[in-house]
Design a protein around this ligand. Structure first.
Ligand SMILES: Cc1cc2nc3c(=O)[nH]c(=O)nc-3n(C[C@H](O)[C@H](O)[C@H](O)COP(=O)(O)O)c2cc1C
Length: 436
């Protein structure tokens, strides 16, 4: 029997940090995130490590929930999306041949026609390697930058359903052989193979056809990270990759089982969607070195930044909450359910106070830090994978680019020896490679 393949996706954010807020302060970290070379280099490193894909998360505002100001996030180097991911992905496509390239685009702000056009264009430029991380955009500062008031959470997903439906119709509006380009006969394209879509939903209307011919991949791979019940239903309908924050193996198992049940109800097979959990590797030559490195890195994190971050992720100002008590669940229409859930998981299983949870959130968003030698890291990943808790990992860097260089050079060969990850890219498109 062939072994189930472990999927590896790299998490990138154009700014000082991904999840680990000590990252930009580490002596070895390269902070040239405003230059093209930074992105070209990491794309090559990750392809050298046979990653399935890299993707950019994105944040469309300087988050200012905490004390009503972005002062803490900006002054201490919190999560920010400093550059627009799509042009960077085009550049990364030029220096790679195989790795998948994911961009986050909001279904709440960008019209379906524009999203379909951008991803189809990028899919041509990359030879069929694009993924769309469909985000509904969960917080008011981001809405305010578009001059809008947020709509309720479930309705955001109703809109997203229509946006994705309309995009798929537009991507399908060109048949694969519509372009002829025959100089002798003067026939450029066959109009009978290019179709109007006439999509008219409650929120989205588009006539079509798309202006971009069909790509070799047809559609980009669809990614999603929402976690509320409505978000999970949306993922069960569309997602081919789910990115989730989970605190422990039992939490991972429960989440994956829930998604599989929702997919089953829609007639989708579990293999149609790769459920990837976030982990943060810290790799050392020996276990003791790795532990010391982790202690050093985790000490670089400003505890108040953790509070500002949780505030941003759950959409509530926590500056007046008591730090020595656990955070209790509250229903908010803003923020990310997935982020709230992982905080509650940590609070329940380890009895964390808000102060402790904030520090841990600023280190790994309460997801597992995998610490040790190359073999230790491989063991820990294999344990999570074999438990049935996930189909693979979204790896978030703890130093940059060193963490990904060490992982690609050291841990990936170890995982290859165990038959867990690929030794070559088998397919042409990202979707082919995800199914191989
Ligand atoms: C792991 C994870 C990563 C996410 N990445 C992004 C992102 O990069 N940009 C964004 O706007 N929202 C991001 N989100 C937010 C989700 O796309 C979604 O809008 C939000 O979680 C609200 O939906 P929910 O309540 O169903 O979780 C992320 C959420 C999670 C859990």
């Amino acid at each position: 029997m062939t072994r189930r393949r472990m999927r590896l996706v790299a998490f990138l954010l154009s700014g000082p940090t991904a999840h680990h807020h000590g990252m930009w302060r580490h002596p070895e970290t390269d902070n040239s995130f405003l230059t093209p070379e930074y992105y070209e280099h990491i794309a090559r490193v990750l392809e050298g490590g046979f990653f399935d894909a890299l993707f950019f998360a994105d944040i469309l505002a300087l988050m200012d929930f905490y004390k009503g100001s972005y002062e803490t996030v900006l002054s201490r180097g919190g999560q920010m999306g400093l550059l627009d991911p799509m042009p960077m992905l085009a550049q990364m496509a030029r220096v790679t041949k195989h790795i998948g390239l994911g961009g986050s685009v909001s279904s709440s702000f960008v019209h379906a026609f524009q999203t379909a056009r951008t991803f189809a264009t990028m899919d041509h430029l990359s030879g069929g390697r694009m993924a769309w991380n469909i985000v509904t955009t969960s917080s008011s500062p981001q809405w305010a930058n578009f001059g809008l008031e947020p709509i309720p959470r479930d309705e955001r997903y109703d809109v997203a359903d229509e946006v994705v439906e309309a995009c798929t119709r537009l991507w399908d509006s060109w048949e694969a052989d519509a372009l002829i380009i025959d100089k002798a006969s003067g026939r450029f394209a066959d109009p009978t193979k290019v179709h109007r879509v006439d999509y008219a939903g409650k929120y989205v209307k588009t006539r079509g056809p798309l202006t971009v011919p069909r790509t070799v991949q047809g559609w980009p791979v669809l990614m999603q990270a929402g976690s509320s019940p409505r978000g999970r239903d949306f993922a069960a309908r569309w997602a081919e990759i789910i990115f989730t924050l989970q605190h422990s193996i039992p939490d991972m198992q429960a989440f994956r089982a829930d998604i599989h049940a929702r997919m089953d109800a829609r007639g989708r097979r579990p293999e149609a969607c790769q459920i990837l959990v976030s982990v943060d590797p810290i790799i050392g030559e020996t276990r003791a070195i790795a532990e010391e490195k982790a202690a050093f890195l985790n000490d670089l994190v400003d505890p108040e930044l953790g509070l500002a971050l949780i505030s941003a992720h759950i959409g509530t100002d926590l500056s007046h909450y008591p730090l020595h008590q656990p955070l209790r669940d509250v229903e908010t229409s803003e923020g990310s359910r997935g982020s709230f859930d992982v905080i509650l998981q940590g609070t329940r299983s380890e009895g964390l106070t808000l102060g402790e949870a904030a520090r841990r959130f600023a280190v790994s968003e309460l997801c597992p830090q995998v610490i040790g030698t190359q073999a230790d890291i491989a063991d820990q990943l294999q344990a999570m994978f074999d438990s049935g808790g996930c189909d693979g990992f979204v790896l978030t860097p703890t130093t940059f680019p060193g963490c990904f260089e060490q992982f690609s050079r050291g841990v990936v060969p170890e995982l290859q020896r165990r038959g867990l990850v690929r030794t070559r890219y088998e397919g042409r498109t990202l979707r082919d490679n995800l199914q191989a």
